[in-house]
Ligand binder design. Structure first.
Ligand code: MUC
Ligand code: MG
Length: 391
């Protein structure tokens, strides 16, 4: 009779064969995979437009064979990143800095990534893919690890530039088919009367119950913004976002001081330090949190900082694809402050396809976090092969 069973023999050959996955496991690879999926409905706004999701899928693999997923959306008009620059930053700078550290070394990873300035979406995707791998390692959903406040969020939809009747019709379809009752309307860099007509058309179509707010993406001056707010007084806006540039320091302060609803800082608050500066200087009175630019680790910092400063937060949309939406949803659901308002989660609906094995769902105006460990992201290998652009 043999004294070694086959499994014992396997273990002797490979000591890690039956070891449970551990957050002490080392990261063995960080992969940046560019892909391109067209939008069936392009989005136009004051600072740019988008007709293809030319995102970067980021994979963080550990020595346990666990793979965490996230994605980085290039937004050159907001952060200066392109799909090519994100891939290059990860391949040449970030992957070599991170490989060899453990999943539990998140703060060490952050310090190493911060040695390079900028590149917020590349850094954030690595952070979120690490959290996904940590969740899979603990067999726990990421939103529970981050705080576990809720299992879902109300959805707000972002409406881009189009004629008034068309924007109103889009809002009605979202309301009637998916139950969405909160809408952000893009304004700025075109005749104010046109933007006012769009907002009024949406209000007339939806009635008084719906939430409507506007985002200027820095497309007006402070004086134009003040004029627009006067003309929009009867529309009933719940808040306004980044109407004029934060760099117009005194005139922005002048505008925010006369604003009767929260003034949300979005692209001007890409870091926790920016949040402090903008709020304390009177350049904003609320904060948009986008996991695409602050990952989960810095989104926690931003949400706690905003709470300490006593200002409201909203989960914004970096025109996220499906994977980015899953990340925004997981983070938004995890905190009380980010669950309070409807979260901007639905613009993936305008994409022609996705990389997932299952489509995302919105029902009764809500999205539920995906079941399963980590972020619940399941990549369809055939779709990835079809849409990746690096082969
Ligand atoms: C938004 O809220 O501004 C448009 C530009 C950008 O950076 O994000 C989007 C949406
Ligand atoms: Mg915005």
């Amino acid at each position: 009779m043999s004294i070694t069973s086959p499994s014992f023999a396997d273990e002797a050959l490979d000591p890690s064969a039956h070891r449970p996955a551990s957050v002490e496991s080392k990261i063995v690879a960080v992969r940046a995979i560019p892909y391109a999926i067209p939008y069936s409905k392009p989005l136009h706004f004051a600072s740019g437009s988008i007709d293809v999701a030319d995102n970067v899928l980021v994979e963080v693999e550990t020595e346990d064979g666990i793979v965490g997923f996230a994605e980085a959306p290039p937004r050159p008009y907001t952060y200066g990143e392109t799909q090519e620059s994100i891939v290059a930053a990860i391949d040449r700078l970030f992957a070599p800095a991170v490989v060899g550290l453990a999943l539990s070394d998140r703060e060490k990873v952050r310090v190493r990534l911060e040695r390079t300035v900028g590149n917020p979406t590349a850094k954030s995707a690595i952070d979120m893919a690490m959290w996904d791998a940590i969740g899979k390692t603990f067999n726990t959903p990421v939103h529970k690890l981050l705080g576990g406040h809720a299992d879902g969020l109300r959805v707000s939809h972002m409406l881009g530039f189009d004629p008034p009747a068309s924007v109103a019709e889009q809002a009605l379809v979202l309301r009637d088919e998916l139950g969405v009752t909160s809408f952000k309307i893009k304004v700025g860099r075109r005749p104010i009367r046109l933007d006012v007509a769009v907002c009024q058309a949406v209000r007339d179509a939806l009635g008084p119950e719906a939430e409507i707010y506007i985002d200027g993406n820095r497309g007006w001056s402070a004086a134009e913004s003040a004029e627009a707010l006067r003309m929009l007084a009867d529309v009933g806006l719940s808040r306004v976002e980044e109407l004029c540039p934060a760099d117009d320091i005194l005139s922005r302060r002048w505008l925010v001081a006369q604003c009767t609803v929260p003034f949300v800082a979005d692209e001007s608050v890409a870091t926790p330090a920016n949040v402090t500066r903008e709020i304390l200087s009177g350049a904003a009175t609320a904060i948009s949190i986008k996991t695409a630019r602050t990952g989960f680790s810095d989104s926690l910092r931003v949400s706690h900082l905003a709470e300490g400063l006593g200002v409201e937060v909203v989960i914004g949309n970096q025109i996220d694809g499906h994977i980015g939406t899953i990340c925004s949803l997981a983070f938004g659901a995890s905190q009380a402050s980010t669950s309070r308002h409807a979260a901007e989660l639905s613009n993936y609906l305008d994409m022609a396809d996705h990389l997932l094995t299952e489509p995302l769902r919105i029902a009764d105006g809500e999205m539920r976090v995906l079941p399963g460990a980590g972020l619940g992201i399941e990549i369809d290998p055939e779709k990835l092969a079809r849409y990746r652009t690096d082969n």
